[in-house]
Ligand binder design. Structure first.
Ligand code: NAG
Ligand code: NAG
Ligand code: NAG
Ligand code: NAG
Ligand code: NAG
Ligand code: NAG
Length: 296
């Protein structure tokens, strides 16, 4: 009896192992005959390395270097990319990428090259309002985010004479944080002003601001005052396949015929502005490849 149970369990374990191995091998993420990784980063279609491997030049990845130290760049925004997700997050409807974006400095700081703005217009990416936090560092600092229409917002930080550096919180002394950022933006500017004119002397000190991946911030807890020496920080962008994307019409038509995908358009839709998809319940893999979803 005992032996029979063991035997059955062993078969079950063997079965589970083969099943998982088969599944891992069977769910391709990149187009066939394309390099599916750059360094440790997996590059799922519609992203790709090389003209026959991406859906549109907007999703082109260039891999610089070899082995695990290679770095991937998204050519449409000319930024290093650290994560590419094709599945969307439960609380925000679009899938995301994490890229390295420059820090924005006040005029009197070292020049940053990017000026006082971040601009990814013309790309399929938007700054994620859900996954990012806006932070500004400076004394007597009123940092406002502008260029987003009539609403102006930002945060204020007062001077503090003590040498104690706020390591983990930006609560309004030498460093402030605004978790509110509007959705669907591709461009914004930051203006740094003085809160108190009598402190105008302090205004000569360097001020800077950055939008940053909230999860990255929580797990890395960088000293905000050391960020001024960095070139870039990780930011989360959301993406979708828009009707301006090459081959998007063909993809839309073929996705509509499939039962193994769930997309942001409905079966009756004849047209689309933009869409994203996931494998249907019970399937997993890459919905953007013709046979990319595999039954679990
Ligand atoms: C994959 O990348 C390697 C190294 O960069 C290159 O030699 C090879 O030709 C690539 N393969 C394809 C199918 O693009
Ligand atoms: C769109 O596709 C056409 C034909 O495949 C190709 O010639 C063109 O370069 C593509 N454009 C972009 C932006 O990928
Ligand atoms: C590729 O990496 C090399 C060495 O790190 C660097 O000099 C070069 O600027 C990089 N190219 C791009 C396009 O980033
Ligand atoms: C942002 O980029 C777009 C496209 O490259 C350009 O048309 C626009 O003028 C840029 N905005 C600013 C303020 O530079
Ligand atoms: C980005 O924002 C524009 C509006 O500015 C919107 O039309 C588009 O669907 C958004 N894209 C994503 C991926 O959220
Ligand atoms: C994409 O959709 C928008 C909104 O429906 C429409 O105004 C635009 O003409 C469409 N563009 C293309 C290339 O189909």
């Amino acid at each position: 009896m005992k032996m029979a149970v063991q035997f059955v369990m062993r078969i079950a374990i063997l079965f589970l192992l083969t099943y998982e191995l088969a599944e891992a091998a069977a769910a391709p993420m990149a187009k066939p005959d394309c390099n599916s990784t750059c360094g440790n980063l997996e590059i799922p279609y519609p992203f790709g390395i090389g003209p026959d491997c991406y859906m549109d030049k907007l999703f082109e990845v260039v891999c610089n270097g070899t082995g695990s130290s290679a770095k991937a760049f998204l050519t449409s925004i000319d930024k290093e990319v650290r994560q590419i997700n094709i599945r969307y997050h439960l609380y925000s409807s679009d899938p995301t990428v994490q890229v390295q974006m420059p820090i924005i400095y006040s005029n009197n700081c070292r020049s940053s090259g990017s000026g006082a703005a971040l601009n990814i217009s013309g790309s399929p990416f938007n700054f994620s309002y859900y996954h990012n936090t806006f932070i500004s560092v400076g004394c007597d600092n009123f940092a406002t985010i502008t260029g987003l229409g009539p609403v102006v917002f930002g945060c204020k930080s007062h001077c503090i004479k003590s040498n104690i550096v706020e390591r983990t919180r930006c609560s309004g002394f030498n460093c402030c944080e605004s978790s509110y950022f509007p959705s669907n933006q591709q461009e914004f500017h930051v203006q740094f002003r003085s809160i108190d004119e009598s402190l105008a002397r302090e205004e000569k000190a360097c001020k800077y601001a950055f939008l940053v991946d909230h999860n990255w911030l929580e797990s890395n807890k960088p000293d905000p005052s050391s960020v001024q020496y960095w070139e870039t920080v990780p930011i989360v962008l959301e993406w979708a396949i828009s009707n301006r994307t090459n081959h998007s019409r063909d993809m839309f038509e073929s996705l509509k015929k499939r039962h193994d995908v769930r997309c942001s358009f409905s079966d009756e839709d004849e047209d689309f502005d933009s869409f994203t998809c996931d494998c249907a319940y019970g399937y997993q893999g890459n919905p953007y490849l013709p046979s990319g979803c595999q039954g679990k």
